[in-house]
Each structure stands twice: as structure tokens, then as C-alpha cells.
Design a protein around this ligand. Structure first.
Ligand code: GAR
Length: 196
């Protein structure tokens, strides 16, 4: 069986992308390859990480908007992903909403990970929102992407406890550790045909 080619999009340090690359390297995600890593931020850590792993790393300028791509930029993103043979798009800290060009090109083939138990706490610093709300449990969610912010069909969640002396930083670190387990697993479901 040919490996599933994924394209990873991110705006930040890329620890989730790193977890996926490591899972591929150590055989947990054997049926998967990363075709390209693409960022809207020229000096994002995720691009350096991709280069370390000898994966094509590309900066794609987003255009004039802050929270989404300019339509012609989003068309360029589709073309770049297709050029690299990408079958499944994996958002890993990509801080822009995707719209019709991407949603039409990759129907039910775009995943996102978010650091909360959605539908609670979409948006920024979700771990801090959970802590401020006095939650006893927090976690992360992998979902299919639609045009909304952290909306779309939920595929998997992992929970972590909120501990008495947690700070935003300690809770965030615990959630990220859970993300690094969960995201490679869900990508693996696609690679093995368990999710269609
Ligand atoms: C992750 O924690 C991910 O859940 C979050 O960005 C972080 C990226 O970290 N995404 C969102 O908040 C999406 N709304 P990383 O660059 O280390 O993978």
C-alpha cells in the first residue's frame, strides 16, 4: 500500500509536527509520509524542524488579512499542497481560518488539533480559559476543519486533570504532552483507512 502523504500547516514552534515526524521515524506511523510543511510565518520553528527532518519546508505569505488567507494566497496554498501530492492536510498550530478554496480541494481531509475539550474554549489560550473557569479536567481535541474557528466534526479527544497548583504554563505543558500522543494516532487512523 502506498503511504498516505500529509501536508502539515503551522504558524509556531511545531511541537505537534515534531511528534508526527518522530512517530513516522520510529515506525508508529509507518504508512505515512510528510510531503511538505508550510507556514504563514517566515521564521516559524515548524519550518526549521521540517528542514532538520529533510522534509520540504515552505513559507507561503498570507496576504493582507490577520485571521485568514487572501483568496489568491489560499489558491496558492492548494496548488502547493497538490504539487507535493498531499492527500491529508494536518493543521498543527496554524493560526488562520481556511475557506472555500481549501475546503473544496480537501473535503473532510483537513484536520486540526486544539488544546481544549471542544466545544468548550475555542480560540486563543484555551488552557488558560479552562483554568480561569475552574475546570477540573482539560484536554485536547482533533477535529475535521470547516470554515469556523475550532469547529467541525470531532474525531478524538484526550483529557488531562487540572491540578490544584496548576499555572497556565504547567497545564499547557500537560495538554501538549497529550496532543503529542493523540495527533499521530488520529493521523494513523486515516493512513490505515479506519477514517474515510
Ligand atoms: C497546539 O497546542 C495546538 O493545539 C494549538 O496551537 C498549538 C501549536 O503548538 N492550536 C490552536 O490553538 C488552534 N486553535 P505547536 O506549534 O507546538 O504544535
Amino acid at each position: 500500500m502506498n503511504p498516505l502523504t500529509i501536508g502539515v500547516l503551522g504558524s509556531g514552534k511545531g511541537s505537534n509536527c515534531g511528534a508526527i515526524l518522530e512517530a513516522i521515524a520510529d515506525g508508529r506511523l509507518a504508512e505515512t509520509r510528510v510531503g511538505a510543511v508550510i507556514s504563514d510565518v517566515p521564521d516559524a520553528g515548524i519550518l526549521a524542524l521540517a528542514r532538520q527532518h529533510k522534509v520540504p519546508a515552505r513559507h507561503l505569505p498570507p496576504g493582507k488579512f490577520k485571521t485568514k488567507l487572501e483568496p489568491h494566497c489560499e489558491e496558492q496554498l492548494v496548488a502547493l499542497l497538490q504539487k507535493h501530492g498531499v492527500e491529508l492536510v494536518v493543521l498543527a498550530g496554524y493560526m488562520r481560518l481556511l475557506k472555500e478554496p481549501m475546503l473544496a480541494a480537501f473535503p473532510r481531509r483537513i484536520l486540526n488539533i486544539h488544546p481544549s475539550l471542544l466545544p468548550k474554549y475555542p480560540g486563543l489560550q484555551a488552557w488558560k480559559q479552562a483554568l480561569d473557569a475552574g475546570e477540573r479536567q482539560a484536554g485536547c481535541t482533533v477535529h475535521l476543519v470547516d470554515g469556523g474557528m475550532d469547529t467541525g466534526e470531532i474525531l478524538a479527544q484526550a483529557t488531562v486533570p487540572v491540578l490544584a497548583h496548576d499555572t497556565p504554563e504547567t497545564l499547557h505543558a500537560r495538554i501538549q504532552a497529550a496532543e503529542h500522543e493523540l495527533y499521530p494516532q488520529v493521523v494513523g487512523w486515516f493512513a490505515s483507512g479506519r477514517v474515510r
